[in-house]
Design a protein around this ligand. Sequence first.
Ligand code: N01
Length: 489
Amino acid sequence: MTDYDNAATLLDVLIVGAGFSGLAMAHALQRSGVAHYRIVEKAASVGGTWRENTYPGAACDVPSHLYSLSFAANARWSRFFVGQAEILAHLQTSWSDWIARGLVSFGWQLCDLRWDAEAHHWIARSSSGEQLRARFVVSALGGLHVPNLPDIPGREQFAGASWHSARWQHEQPIAGKRIGVIGTGTSAIQLIPELARLAGQLTVFQRTPVWVLPRPDLRIRRWMQSLLERAPMLRLSLRGALYLMLEALSLTLLRPRTAFWARASARFHLWRQVRDPALRSRLRPDYPLGCKRIALSNDFYPSLTRGNVMLESAKIAAIEPSGVRLADGRLIELDVLIHATGFRPMDVIADICITGSGDRKLSAAWAERPRSLLGLAANGFPNLFFLLGPNTALGHNSVLYMIETQALHISRLLERMRARGQTRVEATAAAEQAFIDRIDAAFPGTAWAGGCTSWYVDARGHNIALWVGPSWRYRLLARRPRDSDYEFA
Ligand code: N01
């Protein structure tokens, strides 16, 4: 038994979540000499979003050689864009190469976090009542795993089988069934071609069409994998080239008028794959490309042209026991109904009771909009950090780059504090406001502000999720913490 198994022991750092971000944070802490940390994870294994999203067709739409942690490169990706199972297998087989297994507590679900202002540490309580104390806490909860179930009347009354895309019920038979999918976001786009192959009849309920670009996917042959393994510089160059290519996309999202080439490519893709003009016109988005996440797919459009697939774009009026009632009065009878309706990013934090200094609740502090410094730290919540917090998600590149930048920032800040004997750090209100002002000033005129609905923007029109700009600019800003952004004690 190690000393941190003792509930009374004070940890240096408690990391909540063992997905990509929690594991990257642990690696950064180890590199900076912090050994007395612990990761708590609600599930029984690592993997975060890639453990939870197991729907058929789930895959990453960032090229795999870029969508990996810089210190855990994998030369053996089998494709340019690998599927969920391969990403999860990579994470589950490699994480213990850089973190001691004993430092992760599985089945530990955080439900309450309280700042002890006298002692300068946090008290964390799990759903089973177990308690841990830590000088610093890093929330590595991820943003996209609380399902957004649609508020359609009668949803509970459906008599068939029904579930959300991120809670796939693999034991439920779907072959030959009458299946309905609500939503045409990036999860649905990956799922629909798989269901089309299996279903007796598939009905896709589309509220808003999505921009779809071709998916430049290729199998990476074994000899290429061996070459990439033996030539790390080649692998690095490939990673660098992919990064620059996706950064170029950010320029077009920041200035939508320059996105004409991407719009033309998407329109040509639709024209080439869907020959029926009536179907094509229903699939044509009327908002700026990039406003919602752009989907990459070679088989979504062809799947909609199959004989057993129907695209319904009439408004849904209600869900009834036998199927979906449309506003024009028609009833689509179904055996299975899938909600591919996205996530509630803010509920991830709201579900945990976080009480900072002066009994301030994070859910109240963020009720109007989430406020933070660099998406990393919040005024009123000392010694607490967020990975992929507000305004640090990306619409154009790998979020792992943002995660690694944030892990670097936190580990450097803790190193600095250790050297100075400081025990408390808090983002200043002025620094927090400056970050929000920066985001708000850059947002208008971008593709993301193009007037569509998306999880990036809340009901009041605030961009609560995205970093607005090239990701390298975030790195320049965040890689070294500025003393003036924080108050220390
Ligand atoms: O969710 P979404 P998602 N009635 O919110 C519709 C990441 N991701 O799970 O557009 C009818 O994008 C909604 O319609 P509308 C990625 O960051 C990454 O697909 O609001 N329809 C929309 O069509 C992405 O952004 C990968 O009009 C309703 C859909 O449901 C994020 O996950 C792969 C409705 C929701 O789309 C979320 O994607 C997949 C209602 N009441 C996902 N409510 C990678 O490859 C909602 N909809 C890395």
